[in-house]
Ligand binder design. Structure first.
Ligand code: PMP
Length: 361
């Protein structure tokens, strides 16, 4: 068996230790005589797993007690629509900061359910920079401010949490959750599709401040209401038990590795190494994102001659690298450096990139 170096944007690499543990436990999980996928979510064993998984996440993030954790489905995209249904009254207004493809999608889905205002955007700059905070035109009466701390496609990241006053801050952290320590208390709601830094697709982890759950509900179906999910331990219907289990294994792995401070340091080293090779390639490779907003999770780059793209991809695949093709919306290359991507993978990649540049430069 050989596993390649996996730089996929998502679904993405999982920690090898997590996969091995899942493999070892697959046929007989926790002495149950069955796999975790084959057991009732309401059984004692699974309920214990669910509680332990939540506890572990709370510990990792140092989460204050006035936040609920939900394990939901539908992908981050479904919650683009569900968040306004839950947080804004009918006829209400919400502010959106649009810094890439996903925040643009978030605002367009939200617009079916709320007056979704774009309070700032860097679209005119092709999403290569962040709109300076002093240029945001926030509405103090907005139900919430939504932003995307890490835009996965360009690799554009806020390195500080923006101050939006008393309006609750809502963050789509699909591609950077758990990548570094986080002050949860600055947020009203955090949500993330699991398939990058947590586990498999089909699971959404949401962290929501209790006062937001107490906002008067709109006439929407129970299954769409976060407060109902919170009151029912995310089990209004059958949850993604397999995803929940793998998320728990990942949280255990993160704790065993030393927690989010260690992850943050590792991710800073990994991304610095890769940006360093790009910046010192005499223009062979280029990353056009504003320096201060470069992502530690998704590093995009173009080759000086796009005629070399196909060759770069074939040679990198042959050398054992997965997932380096950039998103179709922007082309070029992208290496995603989530927690499960070891430093050795990035070291191998930069060696490959140096060799490729020497050969074709
Ligand atoms: N937001 C961000 C930041 C993402 O990277 C993605 C997926 N690439 C999404 C939302 C959409 O997630 P999903 O496919 O889980 O709906």
């Amino acid at each position: 068996m050989s596993r390649d170096w996996n730089f996929s944007a998502g679904p993405a690499a999982l920690p090898e230790a997590v996969l091995k543990r899942a493999q070892a436990e697959l046929l007989d999980w926790n002495g149950s005589g069955a796999s975790v996928m084959e057991l009732s979510h309401r059984g004692k064993r699974f309920m214990e797993l669910a509680a332990a998984t939540e506890r572990r996440l709370r510990e990792l993030l140092g989460m204050p007690d006035n936040y609920k954790v939900l394990f939901l489905q539908g992908g981050a995209t479904q919650h683009f629509a569900q968040i306004p249904m839950n947080l804004a009254p009918e006829g209400g207004s919400a502010d959106y900061i649009v810094t890439g493809v996903f925040s643009r999608k978030a605002v367009s889905e939200a617009a079916y359910h709320v007056d979704a205002r774009i309070a700032a955007t860097s679209e005119a700059n092709d999403f290569l920079s962040l709109p300076p905070r002093e240029q945001w035109t926030l509405n103090p009466a907005a139900s919430y401010v939504h932003y995307t701390p890490n835009e996965t496609i360009r690799g554009l990241e806020f390195h500080d949490i923006p101050d939006v006053g008393d309006v609750p801050l809502v963050a789509d952290m699909s591609s950077n959750i758990l990548g570094a320590p986080l002050d949860v208390s600055r947020f009203g709601l955090i949500y993330a599709g699991a398939q990058k830094n947590i586990g498999p697709s089909g699971l959404v982890v949401m962290i929501v401040r209790e006062d937001l759950l107490a906002r008067p509900p709109r006439p929407i179906a129970k299954i769409l209401r976060y407060a109902e999910q919170a009151a029912n331990d995310s089990m209004l219907n059958t949850p993604n038990t397999w995803g929940w289990y793998l998320a728990g294994l990942t949280f255990d792995w993160l704790a065993a590795e030393g927690g989010l401070a260690v992850m943050g340091e590792r991710n800073a080293r990994k991304s610095a190494l890769l940006y360093g090779v790009i910046d010192s390639s005499n223009g062979f490779y280029r990353n056009d994102v504003e320096r201060a907003a470069r992502s530690r999770m998704n590093v995009s780059f173009v080759l000086h001659d796009s005629a070399l793209d196909a060759l770069f991809l074939t040679e990198s695949e042959a050398a054992g690298f997965i997932g380096l093709k950039g998103h179709k919306a922007v082309g070029g290359m992208r290496a995603s450096l989530y927690n499960a991507v070891p430093e050795a993978a990035v070291e191998a990649l930069v060696q490959f990139m140096r060799d490729f540049a020497a050969k074709h430069g």
